[in-house]
Design a protein around this ligand. Sequence first.
Ligand code: GLU
Length: 345
Amino acid sequence: MTPLSMHEELPFDEATTPPHVSTGDLPVAADVRALVTEAYERYRHHGSGDVADYIPALAQADPDLFGIAVVGPWGRSFEIGDVTAGFSIQSVSKPFVFALVCDTLGYEAARVRLGVNSTGFPFDSLMAIELNAQRTMNPLVNAGALATTSLVPGATAGEKWEAIRQRLSAFAGRELLVDDEVYASESATNLRNQGIAHLLRSYDRLFFDPDETTDLYTRQCSLEVTVHDLAVMAATLANGGVNPVTQETVIGPGVCRRVLAVMASAGLYELSGDWLYQIGVPGKSGVSGGIITVAPGKGGLATYSPPLDEAGNSVRGQLATKYLSERLGLNLFASAPSDGPPVQF
Ligand code: GLU
C-alpha cells in the first residue's frame, strides 16, 4: 500500500478561517508599551555589526538608526525610535511575493516548483543550486526568490511589476514606491543575481526571461518602507491574511500559514535554525537592516537597524526581538504546565 504522503491534503477551504487555532493574545497595551520601550533603551547603543556595502547605496545608511514597531490584530500599534526612516525592503519582500504566487498557483503547486526546505547556505549561494536536484530550495533565498518572482502573474514585466507593487502595498496598507537610488545602485552591481537567474534558466527552473526577472526582483527589493510598514505587513500574516489596519483580505488563511512555515524554516538565511531555537516564531530579515517577526494570532513585530551580523541579519534587531519574544510571550513552542485539577477522560 502506498503510504499517505504528507502532501496529500484534506480539502482546505481558503475562504473559511478554521474554528480552532493554537494561539492566545498579546499582553495588555500598557505592558507592550513598557516592554518595547525597555527593548529599545537596552539595545539602542549596542555597537556590533557592519552596514551592508555590497550594494553601494546601502553603505550610506546611518548605523545609529534603530526603530521598533508592534502592530496587534486589531491594528493598534506601538512604536519607538526611528520609525519614520525609509529604507529599501530587500529580502523582507520575499515572503510577500511568495504569498502572491501561492495565491495565484495554489500553495501546493508553488511548493512543488520552488521547494520549502532550508539550504544551509548563504542567501546568494550558487552551491545550493548545484547541489540540489530541484535547484531552488525555498522562496526566501535568492535562487528561489528569483524563481518566485518569475512566477508572478502577468504576461509582461510591466504586468508582473504592477502585481508585485499592488500586493505588497496591500500588505502594508499604503502605496509603496521604489527607492530609485537603491534600485539604480543594485541594478549596476547585481551580476551575481543575474548569474543565478541564468543558471536557473539553464536548468529550466526559471519561468520568465532571466534578465527581466532579475530586474523585477531588484525593483521588488528596492521598495521603500518604514519599520511601521513592516510591522503592518507582519501583522497581516499574523492575522490570517487580513490587514488589521485596512481590514482588506490580502491572502487567504491557507496561504498565510504556509508562508509562515517557510519563514520559520528559512527566514534568517543559514541562521534560521538558531533564530527558531532562540526566538521561536517565524521571521524574515533583509540586508538593509529590517526584520519582521510574526506571532500568529497575536501580531507583527518589526525592527530596523542597519548593522548586520556575518549572515546578513540586523544585530540590534535580533537582540530586541529575542528580548520581546520572551517577554511578550511570542515563542510558539512555549507552554506552561497546567495548574488546573486533573481531568479524567
Ligand atoms: N536585493 C538583495 C540581494 O539580492 C537582497 C538580499 C537580502 O536582503 O538578503 O542581494
